[in-house]
Design a protein around this ligand. Structure first.
Ligand code: GLP
Length: 254
């Protein structure tokens, strides 16, 4: 593994070993906070990228007894219009990939509600921000990066200080995510997403990216200008952000 600083970058041979390294860090974080009788607040991501990471957390739970009894989670985003039971909803994804297999308390799971009435949306998003504050803030935020440079669903043009709210998805993001749906027409056009400011408030951030497809956006995020044109570039200014990459995703780095 190769490591660099600011933001820290770990280049692993493959997504599996990178995910194992991150899952071990999460387990250590939970243990060290538990020893001080403190909860661990995790910000969680969806998409293809964190699948190995969730697999590894499940393994640590079943084979090594890692408990999630003191863990509180906040997911980054949810599609507008998809209910909990919709197989493409992030609520469904998170339960299928992780929550149904570990001992987390249902009350400690937070995912924006994609079915909230438009009139109640503002209040729902404010309550989400408040719930994060009430939990003591996010200790570690897990992030994927969209090919557009988005974090959460904050597409290019999003301000650095944006907060949880409703966002429009770009055509490129809808195309990328169409693999999870029957057709592009089924991919929602809007989502509720934590804002860039919400994400950057996390005490630590782990940004994950795999494959050649992400190489150019990873290069821009790490070595390009800090700009709303690439929301992932805001991570350069975070005091404790680490990029977990596989070799192909790191190929364009200078
Ligand atoms: C998705 C999610 C993001 C995710 C990113 C990358 O649409 N909203 O949270 O990190 O885009 O997706 P993937 O991991 O499938 O490449």
């Amino acid at each position: 593994m190769i490591m660099t600083s600011t933001p820290r970058t770990q280049v692993h041979p493959d997504p599996h070993s990178a995910s194992q390294a991150l899952a071990t860090e999460v387990a250590d974080l939970i243990s060290s906070r538990e020893a001080k009788q403190l909860p661990t607040v995790l910000g969680l991501a969806t998409g293809a990228t964190p699948i190995h990471f969730y697999e590894e957390l499940r393994r640590l739970h079943t084979e090594h007894g890692l408990s999630f009894g003191s863990v509180i989670t906040f997911n980054l985003d949810e599609y507008v219009g998809l209910g909990r039971q919709d197989p493409q909803s992030y609520w469904h994804f998170m339960h299928d990939q992780l929550f149904d297999h570990i001992d987390i308390h249902a009350d400690n799971i937070h995912i924006p509600d994609g079915t909230i009435a438009e009139a109640d949306l503002g209040q729902h998003c404010e309550a989400y921000e408040q719930a994060i504050k009430n939990a003591g803030g996010i200790d570690l935020q897990i992030l994927g990066i969209g090919t557009t440079g988005h974090i959460g669903f904050n597409e290019p043009g999003t301000a650095r200080d944006s907060r949880t709210g409703i966002v429009d998805l770009t055509e490129e993001t809808r195309q990328s995510n169409a693999v999870f749906f029957n057709s592009i027409d089924d991919v929602p056009t809007k989502a509720i997403s934590m804002g860039c400011g919400t994400i950057l408030d996390a005490k630590q951030i782990a940004a994950l990216a795999w494959g050649e497809r992400k190489a150019s956006v990873v290069q821009g995020a790490l070595q390009g200008p800090v700009t709303p044109d690439c929301p992932a570039s805001f991570l350069q200014e975070h005091p404790s952000a680490t990029f977990y990459l596989d070799q192909p995703a790191a190929n364009a780095l200078r």
